[in-house]
Design a binder for this molecule. Structure first.
Ligand SMILES: [Fe+2]
Ligand SMILES: [Fe+2]
Length: 197
């Protein structure tokens, strides 16, 4: 479980707009414009960033599909086959991604760069918050899918709840991906990838 930490609560995904300055000490040495061309940017880092970009693309597509549905461009009878498979795919991929980060990478990065240890408390708390948001999306999707096609009020209410649950997760995830990269890529560039394989 995540330890209770008021500072971390105040830096939760719902409220923060980036990493606090004390967690950007390495980022100051390795700012984003430097990343792509850096000599230590290797296969591991590129693969990890590509996974993040895949999540971003999946979220953008799901948001567009969700908007289409809410605007009536996707009929309700096609909603499930349009939205649920890619949403399930995204949720499953996020679970796997977080598990690898939590159990394999975060402990090693935390040990390697003690000045940024608190950042991994933050990312850990993010993962918990996102899992709650994912459960909210799954719950809202099930409620919507269980709504009868002739229940227009129910469809409207439940589709709006589903859209809100999606948006909450997507807002959390975009914030998390950005801050996680700001914390970790500078460590990888600073140390090189050799010790993480
Ligand atoms: Fe993460
Ligand atoms: Fe990640």
């Amino acid at each position: 479980m995540v330890p209770v930490d008021n500072d971390i609560d105040q830096l939760g995904l719902a409220v923060r707009s980036g990493l606090p300055d004390e967690l950007k000490i390495l980022l100051a040495d390795y700012p984003r414009p430097m990343w792509r061309g850096h000599a230590n940017m290797g296969v591991l880092t590129r693969f990890w960033l590509s996974r993040h970009n895949g999540f971003r693309r999946a979220m953008e597509m799901l948001t567009a599909d969700n908007d289409d549905y809410l605007q009536g461009r996707i009929p309700v009878e096609r909603f499930a086959q349009t939205l649920v498979p890619p949403l399930n795919g995204l949720l499953g991929a996020l679970h796997s991604h977080h598990t690898i980060e939590d159990h394999h990478y975060f402990p090693r990065f935390r040990a390697a760069e003690a000045r940024l240890a608190r950042g991994f408390d933050l990312l850990d708390a993010d993962h918990h918050a996102m899992h709650e948001a994912m459960e909210g999306v799954a719950h809202a999707a099930n409620a919507l899918l269980a709504t009868q096609a002739n229940d227009k009020d129910g469809l409207l209410t439940n589709s709006e709840a589903f859209a809100l649950a999606n948006q909450r997760l997507f807002d959390f995830l975009f914030r998390h991906l950005h801050d996680e990269e700001d914390l970790i890529v500078p460590i990888l560039l600073d140390r090189g990838e050799g010790e993480w394989e």
